[in-house]
Design a protein around this ligand. Structure first.
Ligand code: NAD
Length: 497
């Protein structure tokens, strides 16, 4: 059976007593086992990263960029292999996995411009004969802790930017689908990254705690669920680290009465059910404005949700795959039942789906739940599955209020042809990433990604320009060269005069 081990200082480590099984979600069969590291493995990885740090951080940024250019070529050449590795342990369709690779490439491309991005500021003559320049320097050894749902893209939201800035890195990927992390390491090595600059420690809570407590890790980037994000932020900050922790989501899409309902239904199907709803930017709540809009929308959506093509990643026709684990599938099924008990109307019920030849897989059909309201579990909890709730809003104001009262604030969208409404929405809504007739407004690699409220802890979004600030610290140098003129000792606070 395949054994997925750590990679520390460029060496693979396959020995260890504590392991966790890895499954193929389409069949439910175990495909391998992953080592679960703890404090010892994290300490070894931090040591390797510390040894690699002086040379890597002293390397001219243009040379570090050379590795990113190399990685881009390697990833393009191996994109099918990356996608297959993702799908084998996650279950998403091949096309969807290729999309993940493409979005990860955007970050690699942005990081390739690091010489320009790290250019500092210079002010000549801030006082007589005095100049000031400001530079951004790497933090040192930094770490990333990542979720299961984008096993390639989310690590690559972090690693290229952190490394390009001159840091060395310890990655703790999800134990549910760990193979992608080792493939990322392999591709970086092929691109010319020196040993020890990137290290992979597999594991679960014990490994994360060791990362959070290790005194030589300067910063931690985390992406995952909100309770763990809050924990990581608090424990990491207490240990004196810089922490960014991106959490869960409940993303609403408002459908105005003037919206093109065919376009809105297409958007809801893709954004609600793509990747089986296991995306932090999935639309999980449709908010039609007005009863007539709601009736027309539900009428259009019902047959299309029922007709979703569900299958393994090897089925080129499949529109979505299985859930990540049996427990996750069962929790979602239970939440659908709770919605029914609490008075929502199950317009399409995806429970109980089986697929011939894949009877052991973690399948769930698409579900559409109408007349959902705040206070119902199906609304209050992040479902992270192929379930679209419809919360009917009496008017535009009620729709805005619904979104603003939700504790999550990752993404949102409005579908309308009315520029006034769209402009009001984008300026008024308290959410981090906003779409106008765009259901999944994930910013491109040269912008930054991040929600608000319970969807993020810490002051920086991930990748893009915010990553430069997160992975570096500012140094400001004020310079005066001897001119032969002595002003004498000055005891008042220095000023320009
Ligand atoms: P998760 O929080 O269970 O796990 C994330 C990481 O934390 C994993 O590496 C895991 O090993 C570790 N972990 C889990 N429990 C822990 C604990 N008690 N203590 C310390 N570490 C722990 O998340 P997941 O199920 O892998 O991923 C799905 C979640 O991630 C969803 O909530 C989704 O919304 C969120 N997500 C958010 C974003 C974003 O950008 N905001 C992106 C992707 C996913």
């Amino acid at each position: 059976m395949k054994r997925i081990g750590h990679i520390i200082g460029g060496d693979g480590i396959a020995e260890g007593d504590v392991t966790s099984p890895v499954f193929n979600p389409a069949t439910g069969q175990q495909s391998g086992e992953v080592l679960l590291g703890g404090a010892d493995e994290v300490a070894l990885a931090v040591n390797a990263a510390k040894v690699a740090l002086p040379d890597w951080s002293a390397m001219p940024p243009a040379k570090r960029a050379g590795v990113m250019f190399g990685l881009r070529e390697v990833m393009k050449a191996r994109s099918d292999e990356i996608a297959e590795t993702i799908s084998a342990e996650h279950g998403k369709t091949h096309d969807d996995a290729l999309g993940e690779v493409t979005r990860a490439l955007e970050v690699v491309e942005f990081a390739s411009g690091i010489p320009h991005l790290l250019k500092g500021d210079f002010s000549s003559a801030v006082a007589g004969g005095v100049d000031t320049h400001a530079v951004r320097e790497p933090l040192g050894v930094v770490a990333g802790v990542t979720p299961f749902n984008f096993p390639s893209m989310v690590p690559l939201w972090m690693i290229p930017m952190a490394l390009a800035c001159g840091n060395t890195f310890v990655l703790k990927p999800s134990e549910k689908n760990p193979s992608s992390a080792n493939l990322i390491h392999d591709m970086f090595t092929e691109a010319g990254l020196p040993a020890g600059v990137l290290n992979v420690v597999h594991g679960a809570k014990a490994a994360v705690d060791a990362v959070l407590d290790h005194p030589d890790i300067a910063a931690v980037s985390f992406v995952g669920s909100t309770p763990v994000a809050a924990y990581v932020y608090s424990r990491g900050c207490t240990a004196g680290k810089r922490v960014q922790a991106l959490g869960g989501a409940k993303n609403h899409m408002i459908i105005m009465p003037d919206a093109d309902l065919d376009q809105a239904s297409d958007a809801l199907l893709g954004a609600g059910f793509g990747s089986a709803g296991e995306r932090c930017m999935a639309i999980s709540v449709a908010v039609p404005v007005g009863e007539e809009t709601a009736e027309r929308l539900v009428e259009k959506l019902g047959p299309r949700v029922r007709a979703l093509k569900i299958g393994p990643s090897t089925d080129g026709e499949a529109e979505m795959g299985p859930l990540i684990t049996e427990a996750h599938r069962d929790r979602i099924a239970q939440l659908i039942g709770a919605g029914e008990n609490e008075g929502a109307k199950i317009a399409v019920d995806g429970r109980g789906l089986t697929l011939q030849g894949y009877e052991g897989g973690y399948w769930l059909g698409g579900s559409l739940i109408d007349h959902v309201r705040p206070g119902m579990r199906v609304y209050d909890e992040e479902i992270f599955g192929p379930v679209l709730s419809v919360v009917r809003a009496a008017d535009y104001g009620a729709a805005i209020e619904l979104i603003d009262n939700n504790p999550y604030a990752n993404g949102t969208a409005i579908f309308t042809r009315d520029g006034d409404a769209a402009r009001d929405f984008t300026s008024r809504i308290k959410v981090g990433m906003v779409g106008v007739n765009v259901p999944i407004p994930v910013p491109v690699g040269y912008h930054s990604f991040g929600g608000w409220k319970q969807s993020i802890f810490g002051g920086h979004g991930i990748y893009g320009p915010e990553a430069i600030h997160f992975y570096t610290r500012l140094k400001t140098v004020t310079t005066r060269w001897p001119t032969g003129i002595r002003a004498g000792a000055e005891f008042k606070f220095p000023t320009m005069n």
